[in-house]
Design a protein. Sequence first.
Length: 375
Amino acid sequence: MNFNYSEEQTLLQDSVTKFIANDYDYETRQRHSAMEQGFDPATWQTFAELGWLCVPFSEEDGGIGGGAVEIMIMMEAFGKGLVVEPFVPTVLMAGQLIARLGSAEQKAEWLGAIIEGSRKLSVAAIEPQSRFDWFDVGTSATPEGDNVILSGNKAMVLHGGSADTLIVSAREGGEQRDREGVSLYLVPADAPGVSLQAYRTLDGQQAAEVTLDQVKVPQSARLGDAGAAVPALEAMADEVAMALSAEAVGMMEKLYQETVAYTKERKQFGVPVAVFQALQHRMVDMFTLHEECKSLLLRAVMSHQAGDDQFTRNVSALKYAVAVKGQKVAHEAIQTFGGMGMTDEMSVGMYLKRINVINTLCGNGDYHLRRLMAA
């Protein structure tokens, strides 16, 4: 089995890795997080100029036709840098839904704008009661001539406060938990009747609660066929779960590396603490846990690339492992660094916070364990 990257993939890895190492240290990340939008718009434009925003889109849509391997490469590097820019909600969530469901006119209008960095989108599809069930939709879509009236509430809309457009799920028919009857609509974030309450998440990033009160959009704003959006939402969620897991795997590697470096510098009894066997055992455990999750990530990526029917099962195995083992690696790092590892001035505690947030997105560890057992 060949795990070597192609020449193009190696160039992408070099590009992202060098940028994170040279231009995106922890202090820079904290400055970006503290900005009003929760990220740095200039850095977002740099992402566009470097060609990163076009990676997962097909050549016909203006991208480079990258797949799961390319996304893994980018997300691992983003994890190491604790990147706060809205790559996941705009590119991997909204962008992929448009690529999967959009008409030729919708793709031409939206994908080019995403790729050039001029438009930022987010997906408003989860509701307060729906947990991780994308089909549990109470938001209503009522036809009114050539328009549709949307009313309902959405929760945990990633970077919703800085998005100029939302992809909103709404029910055109059936009961609240029916799989059929759910549609997606492109809704301007400043449309009359749309209100957002932005807030900070545990890791210092931004999300929003969204209320839609008699929001009028044209029928042409619908993505895909009426009432048939759930399969696309679930496919998107599995792909995003894999990408977020890759981000966590990158963080696990960085935590291990930073812990090893710290134990070589810190001294007790006149020697570096790295010579103490108890700490060596902990660091070996951290290394092993990272390698286990990396192996599961590679399996999920390969199954996605192959299009086999084990992809969903492999994603659940990966997401569960990252939830449990990612926290373990972060806890071991904090125990080694001591109390200062939990301060905002050091990245160690922020890695733990981000891993915890990732655990809540697209299904937590318990959800994926149940899904894995039922597969």
